[in-house]
Structures are given as C-alpha cells and as structure tokens.
Ligand binder design. Structure first.
Ligand SMILES: N[C@@H](CCC(=O)N[C@@H](CS)C(=O)NCC(=O)O)C(=O)O
Length: 235
C-alpha cells in the first residue's frame, strides 16, 4: 500500500464528499488536498473550482484522484470511475462485492443513480438555481416534481425488495450506496421534497449512511458539506 498511496483532490460542498466517505470505508492511506469553491462574489466563476483545482483537473472539477506510483500516478476524474478504481484496487477482501458479490445489482442501482435520478435532480437543480424556468410545455410539469418522485419510488422499491441489512447492497454500503448518497443529499439539503414523509425508507437509508463512522470521519476530514449554501432563486 505504502508504494501505491493515492492523492485525493476534494472540493467543499460538492459531490466529492462521497468519495471521501468511500476512502474512509476502505480504510486506506491517502493524501488529501482540500480545495475551497470560489466566493459567490467572484466576477466570472462564482462557487466554481478555485485555480489550484483547475490547474490539476482535466475537467476543472472534483472529485479528482491521482493514483499512486504503482498505478502510474494516473489522473482519474469522474466520481464513478474513481469509486470503481478505488474498490477494484484496494478492496482486497471484496467487502463491496464487486468481485464475487451481486455486482449486477450494484451496476443496476449505480446506473439508476447516474442516469434517471441524476437527470431528475439535475432538472430541479436548474429550476432551483434559476437557470431555467418551469411549467412551459407539457413536459415542464412532468419534470418538475413527478419525475423525481417516480425515480425515488423505483429506488425505494429496490431498497425494500433487496437484500436485508438496511443498505442497497445489504448489511454494509456498496458502491451503489456511495454513489447514491450525493443526489439524495441534494434532495434533503435543498428540500426538493420531504423524504421522511414521502419516502421514509429512503430517508432511513440516508440517515444510516450519515451514521457510519467512516462517513463521520469523512465529514471531519473535509472542509464543509452543505448543499444548501447555494442561493435558491424564488419561482
Ligand atoms: N461528472 C462528474 C461531475 C463533477 C462535478 O461537476 N463536480 C462539481 C462539484 S459537485 C465541480 O467540481 N464543480 C466546480 C466547477 O465545475 O467549477 C463526476 O461525476 O464526478
């Protein structure tokens, strides 16, 4: 391990928090570089990545992982690619089940998180941040609310019908749980709907993630994770 220690570039109030959680769940050594978003008063790039992150990241975004020398000091952007690399490289006991566990289920739920759920939360985020207007045309009313509820309904059914233990992948979080944490935190922090009332099993699942000792350590090591800091534009 000592010859293959990765370096993780993290950005506050961002989806890279879930990778910090994964690093802690894996219980490996890593170098951590904390970046802070530009201030809201920045003339051209408010809340965006600061110059030090832009300088190292091919897409100017976090999360970003630089592998250890054994793996060629390779730069890996993209949450899912980083998560898969970390698990394949360091989960030697197959705790995440990507080798001999139900990796097909993990792939399906990860895909739900990264495609339909991401699209639903992304659309509401654009309304929320005032980037687009809503209610115009028949699809406006579908995407603004019903679509998110449909995706969360599918996920809740997967959770309830899945293996026992409280996480999507059973008794401990899998890659799918880690990837889902961010869109679900967006729903909770930005108040897109009341998870506890509408999707109580998902709400309990999210709390279970937050209660993991590794999750708490990741919060302590990071530099803030509050997705409500971005201004809400009234509609
Ligand atoms: N598809 C990428 C998205 C990464 C991304 O957009 N990260 C945001 C934080 S949530 C970011 O770095 N924003 C700052 C910027 O774009 O300048 C992933 O899954 O990791």
């Amino acid at each position: 391990m000592s010859d293959n220690k990765p370096t993780f570039h993290h950005l506050n109030n961002s989806q890279s928090q879930r990778i910090l959680w994964l690093l802690e769940e894996l219980d490996i050594e890593y170098n951590l570089i904390l970046h802070t978003r530009n201030p809201p008063t920045h003339p051209t790039a408010p809340f965006q990545s600061p110059p030090a992150l832009v300088a190292v990241s091919p897409h100017g975004t976090a999360p970003l992982l630089i592998t250890g020398p054994k793996d060629g000091n390779r730069t890996i952007p993209e949450s899912l690619a980083i998560a898969t690399y970390l698990i394949r490289t360091f989960d030697t006991d197959d705790k995440f089940g990507l080798k001999d566990g139900d990796w097909v289920r993990d792939e399906v739920i990860t895909s739900m998180a990264c495609t339909n759920l991401q699209r639903a939360t992304g659309f509401i985020m654009m309304l929320d941040f005032g980037l687009i207007r809503t209610g115009e045309g028949p699809m406006g009313g579908v995407l603004d609310g019903p679509e998110l509820r449909k995706q969360l309904g599918s996920l809740e059914r997967e959770l309830v019908g899945g293996p026992e233990g409280g996480f999507f992948m059973g008794e401990r979080p899998g890659r799918a749980d880690v990837i889902l944490e961010f869109p679900m935190t967006m729903v909770r922090h930005r108040g897109y709907l009341d998870l506890g009332v509408e999707f109580p099993r998902l709400d309990e699942w999210l709390q279970r993630c937050y209660d993991r000792p590794a999750y708490r350590r990741a919060l302590e090591k990071g530099n803030g994770y509050d997705m409500s800091v971005f201004p809400k534009v009234p509609r």
